[in-house]
Design a binder for this molecule. Structure first.
Ligand code: NAD
Length: 503
């Protein structure tokens, strides 16, 4: 075999110092500690002390001062961009370590975590480029004045992220917020603080002025809530579950603060009768089972034309059973463990619910019986059918390796079923007929549609959900604007005084 290294790289877990970044200083958490586990084995990796509400207050005050300091606020866009370029390069320099750390903490395969680290580095580079090339608007004058619309920093931005892809979601918020001239106070998820703490250390070492970044691990209901409610925080960007997003939006409404919400999904993947079946099977498998289904955009509802339904399902089930389940750090593994045993148990409860509702478990539906995997948070890739679209497992986000399949009869039935969900994050269509794909893509109520591909991401393409999947978009050139305040300026050009006031 070619391309296989003779010796495997060092896979030893290196603990992250149990200190968090509070405005340029490293501090031990005085609050309760989280036991961070390796979901591949169930063993404790290390403990991480939580920040407290007083740390949030200190971080926000320091952030406000740093954001207002002319040393940051006065920088021209191309000067601010150099900090982002430096951060992008530093992430890339630490990529193998960060990928391994994230694989230990989340259970994801090294292939997946390496891609996420690369994406984080590229996110900083992309927003540096956006910053350098964004123009302010000179608007068309409608009187004797010059009119323009400029974008200014908000001040302190709160960023709250989930456990499934920590480094990518952290970067997706930090990079545009810093690019727009703000300070950031970030709270990672309880189960996965390690890579965010490592990222904070890397960014701190690049010489970003102190105060512009704080990374505070802790409970959502304590640290997260304190960030949202703090009067000094001018915007919160949140990625996580829809229920939490709604709670947060209520708190934000009290202070009339803008929020960006990237929430849950139950995305339909559609296979039309003329699809390239091999490509569609591969796409469906990747769409639901990569990252063990712990992806907001997982294609978790499969709609197949009734004419090819049984044949397609048989093929899909056979290929699902052949997926390699195991530790994410083992070469060749496709499906790693779930992030935590508690989450694995919640996924298992959903499958039990499907059984109780009369669903057919076509494959999976249990933990693996391989004794090597007994202590880890594994769950077998599962395909369920025989349920109507209004069954709870067809409507609720499971966030695990569980696919529900349904046949459809004609385009009207398909569109009605696919849109019959509270979510609206993404959808996939497999067909050779691009006119039909276009028509369907326009009829689906989702933020993203993939045609003959799935779960592809590009930082230059805006991403966001509709309905209960979210509010506003991240990424793309306009992603930076979500962290700015717009101001209009009129420059009077008339030599004569305003006539109204003449006596
Ligand atoms: P979660 O909502 O439980 O937690 C997300 C974050 O919010 C965590 O950091 C948590 O500590 C914090 N939090 C919890 N309660 C809070 C409160 N009252 N105030 C402030 N912060 C609070 O989500 P999760 O279980 O960590 O992640 C899984 C969810 O995230 C899934 O629903 C998934 O679809 C969603 N997600 C969405 C996207 C997207 O881009 N749309 C991306 C990834 C994940």
């Amino acid at each position: 075999m070619t391309g296989v290294p003779k010796t495997l790289p060092d896979m030893t877990f290196e603990p992250v110092p149990d200190e968090f970044l509070l405005a340029g200083n490293w501090k031990h958490g005085a609050g309760p500690a989280t036991s961070v586990i390796d979901p591949a084995t169930g063993s404790e990796l290390q403990r991480v002390g939580h920040a407290g509400v007083e740390d949030v207050d200190a971080a926000v005050r320091a952030g406000a001062a740093a954001a207002a300091d002319p040393a940051w606020r006065g920088l021209l866009p191309h000067q601010r961009a150099t900090y982002l370029h430096r951060i992008g390069a530093a992430i890339e320099g630490a990529a193998p370590r960060l990928a391994l750390l994230q694989s230990y903490n989340t259970g994801k395969t090294l292939t997946e975590t390496s891609a996420l680290v690369t994406s984080a580095a590229n996110t900083f580079r992309y927003f540096a480029a956006v910053l350098e090339t964004s123009d302010e608007d000179l608007t068309t004058p409608r009187g004797p004045y010059l009119t323009m619309s400029v974008h200014e920093p908000i001040g302190v931005v709160g960023a709250i992220t989930p456990w499934n892809s920590p480094i990518a979601s952290d970067a997706q918020k930090m990079a545009p917020a810093l690019a727009a001239g703000n300070a950031v106070v970030l709270k990672p998820a309880e189960w996965t603080p390690l890579v965010s703490l490592a990222l904070a250390r890397i960014i701190d070492e690049t010489g970003l002025p102190p105060g512009l970044l704080s990374v505070l691990p802790g409970r959502g209901s304590v640290v997260g809530d304190a960030i949202v409610r703090h009067p000094g925080v001018g915007k919160v960007s949140f990625t996580g579950g829809t229920t939490t997003g709604r709670t947060l939006a209520h708190a934000a409404a009290e202070k009339l603060m803008p929020v960006s919400l990237e929430l849950g999904g139950k995305s339909p993947t559609i296979v039309l009768a003329d699809a390239d079946v091999e490509a569609a099977v591969n796409g469906v498998l990747y769409g639901i089972f990569s990252s063990s289904g712990q992806s907001c955009i997982a294609g978790s509802r499969l709609f197949v034309d009734a004419g090819i339904y049984e044949e397609f399902l048989d093929r899909l089930v056979a290929r699902t059973q052949a997926l390699r389940v195991g530790p994410g750090r083992e070469p060749g593994v496709q499906v790693g463990p779930l992030v935590h045993h508690r989450h694995r148990d919640a996924v298992a409860r959903h499958v039990e619910l499907a059984r109780a509702e009369g669903g057919r478990i076509r494959c999976g539906g249990s933990v693996p019986d391989d004794p090597r995997l007994a202590e880890g948070a594994y769950y077998l890739p599962t395909v369920i059918d025989g349920l109507a679209n209004d069954a709870r497992v067809c409507q609720e986000e499971i966030f695990g390796p569980v696919l529900v399949a349904l046949p459809f009869h004609g385009e009207a039935d398909l569109i009605a079923q696919a849109n019959d969900t509270v979510y609206g994050l993404a959808a996939g269509i497999w067909t050779r007929d691009y006119r039909r794909a276009w028509r369907l893509a326009r009829a689906l109520h989702t933020g993203t549609v993939w045609i003959n591909t799935y779960k592809q991401f590009s930082i230059s393409t805006p991403f966001g959900g509709v309905k209960e999947s979210g509010l506003s978009v991240e990424k793309g050139r306009t992603g930076i604007r979500a962290y700015s305040r717009q101001k209009s300026i009129y420059l009077g050009m008339d030599e004569a005084p305003i006539a109204w006031a003449e006596s």
